[in-house]
Design a protein around this ligand. Structure first.
Ligand SMILES: NC(=O)c1ccc[n+]([C@@H]2O[C@H](COP(=O)([O-])OP(=O)(O)OC[C@H]3O[C@@H](n4cnc5c(N)ncnc54)[C@H](O)[C@@H]3O)[C@@H](O)[C@H]2O)c1
Length: 258
């Protein structure tokens, strides 16, 4: 899929990696709907990116991905404003095992809601003309993260959801490619002073140090560049790792023979 003149909806698009995705998509000629719970950061991102790329190409929708009705309104508002929708990036997250039920509701259930809405509005068997869904996993989708087991579980589940929905069986019906992009650790998080507050207990900080051993944080812009090639060329159901500032690498999904 070429990016130019397509319309993308990015959840958690106000900050961090989501914002870098929005900027990269705009720089390749897409129109972008920034969907986020944080209205101040979202309006600000919309203003700044609007000045750089044109106000008519970027909009902000206040949207809590834990609320299906609000999330659906964001899809409808985006389609009304831009007249189409082609790309959905399910990126919103919290990483805080202290609030694990909310964490699962945002990271996993929020991705499921975004996935179902994308199939409804993009699926050629429903209201759409096909498209692409990118679900954001993590390097922790493939391995344990001992400091934040529940965050890690939510990211593992995103892999299973996306592999199943992205299977050729579904793609042939919906025309919607479903792909997982799994970033390694990003710069902005590793340097956050609030980071220690995200663990269930102080002893988990030691576990975080073990998890981070040998990890090289990367810039959000690097991962965002990888998003473009994945949207253009990746097969439905494929899984991509972008870590340590390296190029996107397709990761085989191991299957256990029974
Ligand atoms: N930061 C890392 O090192 C890292 C590593 C691997 C994967 N990831 C993944 O990359 C993605 C982005 O991570 P990030 O570090 O940029 O996150 P971030 O915390 O910087 O930004 C998350 C965004 O999601 C928004 N958000 C939170 N709850 C929401 C809700 N209920 N509804 C709508 N929006 C909501 C926030 O307001 C924020 O704008 C996530 O899926 C994350 O799991 C991050």
């Amino acid at each position: 899929m070429e990016i130019s003149n397509k319309v993308a909806l990015v959840t958690g698009g106000a900050c961090g990696l989501g914002r870098a995705f929005c900027e990269m998509l705009l720089s390749y000629g897409a129109k972008v709907s920034i969907c986020d719970l944080d209205s101040d950061a979202g309006e600000n991102a919309c203003d700044v990116l609007g000045q750089k790329f044109g106000k008519e190409r970027v909009m902000f929708c206040h949207c809590d991905v834990t609320d299906y009705v609000q999330f659906e309104e964001a899809f409808q508002t985006t389609i009304t404003e831009f007249d189409r929708l082609d790309i959905v990036v399910n990126n919103a997250e919290i990483m805080n095992d202290k609030f694990w039920e909310l964490e699962v509701d945002v990271n996993l259930n929020g991705t499921i809601r975004g996935m179902l809405l994308a199939l409804q509005y993009l699926g050629k068997d429903k209201e759409g003309h096909g498209g692409v869904v990118i679900n954001i996993g993590s390097a922790q989708s493939f391995r344990p993260q001992i400091s934040t087991p529940i965050y890690c579980a939510s990211k593992h589940a995103i892999l299973a959801l996306s592999k199943s929905c992205g299977d050729a069986y579904h793609y042939n019906i919906t025309g919607v490619r479903v792909i997982v992009l799994c970033p390694g650790v990003l710069h902005h998080d590793a340097s956050s002073s609030a980071f220690g507050n995200r663990f269930k207990s102080p002893s988990h900080e030691k576990a975080w140090q073990l998890d981070m051993k040998g990890v090289h944080p990367q810039k959000c812009e690097h991962v965002a560049k990888g998003l473009i090639s994945i949207i253009r060329d990746a097969k439905s159901g494929s899984v991509w790792l972008i870590a340590n500032e390296k190029a996107p690498k397709e990761v085989p999904y191991s299957s256990i023979t029974m």
